[in-house]
Design a binder for this molecule. Sequence first.
Ligand code: B12
Ligand code: SF4
Length: 461
Amino acid sequence: MTADIIPASETTSELHHLKAAARKSGKKWLLIQPVSNTSMMVDSGRVSMPLNLVMVATLAGKLFDVDFIDERLGDRIPDDFSGFDVVALTCRTLNARRVYHIAESAKKQGKTVLLGGVHPTMSLDEAQSHATSVVYGEIESVWPELAEDVINGTMKPVYRAESLKPMNAMVRPDFSYALRSRSSSKYSSRIPILATKGCPVGCNFCTTPTIYGKNYRFRDIELVMEEMHYHQSRLGKNAVHFSFMDDNISFRPGYFKDLLSHMGWLGIRWNANISMNFLHDPEIARLAAWSGCDLMSIGFESLNPETLKSVHKGSNRLENYSAIVRNLHDQGIAIQGYFMFGFDNDSLESFQMTYDFIMENRIDFPVFSLVTPFPGTPYYEEMKPRLRHSDWDKYDTYHYMFEPKGMGTEKFLENFVKVQREVYSGGAILRRMKGKRLNWVWLANLHMNRFTRSLKPSMYL
Ligand code: B12
Ligand code: SF4
């Protein structure tokens, strides 16, 4: 189903009558961000504030009493949920097993258990079997109905909006819930923020087109500015660092340029995920640098045109790759480049081509992952018969999912380790990074040098 968008006028007034009823019900919520069980580095270091659960807290907190636990910070999840009526968890595939374990325990204690996030959305039946209710997609679009049912104790198995709310109707996230933790200093200092939602590019391995269809929504730029100003005054400084959580912030170049032109006056720094449709336009790179961008994360994915075609990544044109990198580097913007391996077309040559591209274009921070068919995506359906397992703990993009047609397992993994070691060898780091600003990207490279030396093919199994 592709959801339509409903007008903002219908979205705010309906909440008023709920307030009194919620207060009367006295119901208390516990919101949980569980850690993942994966053995790789996914939840290590400074983790980002979970904007998704913060959004849930912001809405629920306007009506109910809310406690917030982020297990990734070391916060302990209680064994006894008797102080709460609703236990709500956010879930991605890589922490689904942990989520279900906690959900089962809360359910046994008679609590209303609510699951939301990408994995429950894409695996509704599975998630439903561990919960009272599952929310399909964003909570904002089902909120008044969900709140009313919690108050009345009339929960439905699934909450799924027929229409998506416009982003302008969304409340500003209230980070105070996440910041209450005694360990909140372990959060990254970058403030997560959203300007747009959705991505119509339609890659077959990505969950976004499946959940939100071809919709691309964006907030009025004044609202994004207002949120940025709010954080500047909350933190008492202009130089706040924002991290955009958008799926593809540059999909509409007109909107994106306008956003950059406004941000440039704030004195902030920012980074974002970006697809490369329009990045070959040097004007975008110039504006991005002027507006405070210090890092762009780009999914180059593959240097093989057949692979790009097979995953429907129409935004990636190989002939533009080098121009995009040059434009960004000319403006002093570092590039976190994502490269995926494990496609059927991969061969020894693919590893060599990727290595050459990274070295010739001096990609600052290359990230290598293994192609992972996530449940619910068209790619998952296609690959299901060939998947080695459905151990969700290993769906972290760092585990081997199936044998590519072009190479045997042993050879493939040996080369996957080799390309990472080579790109992060001392000499290669110097060649890629020489003359560039001494900052955290250098540190990340040094860390990756140590990490890649410890890699073994068996770690990916
Ligand atoms: C920004 C981003 C990141 C950032 C920040 C992640 C973070 N801490 O939030 C970084 C770069 C760190 C990152 C890392 C990773 N990411 Co990422 N990331 C995203 C991206 C583009 C946006 C996430 C986001 O914050 N959106 C904005 C928020 C507001 O929306 P939301 O998360 O959808 O939440 C809404 C609803 O889901 C719902 N909801 C969510 N939780 C709950 C809970 C309850 C109780 C309720 C009722 C509702 C509800 O309401 C929320 C508010 O609207 C998504 C794509 C996407 N659209 O989901 C991929 C995505 C989540 N990432 C993905 C992956 C694979 C990863 C990594 C494993 C990659 C890697 N190997 O490092 C890691 C895992 C990190 C981790 N521990 O979870 C996959 C996950 C697939 C899956 N099935 O689990 C996604 C879906 C992309 C894809 N391939 O399709 N990621
Ligand atoms: S460009 Fe990125 S966000 Fe858009 S569909 Fe492809 S992988 Fe998903």
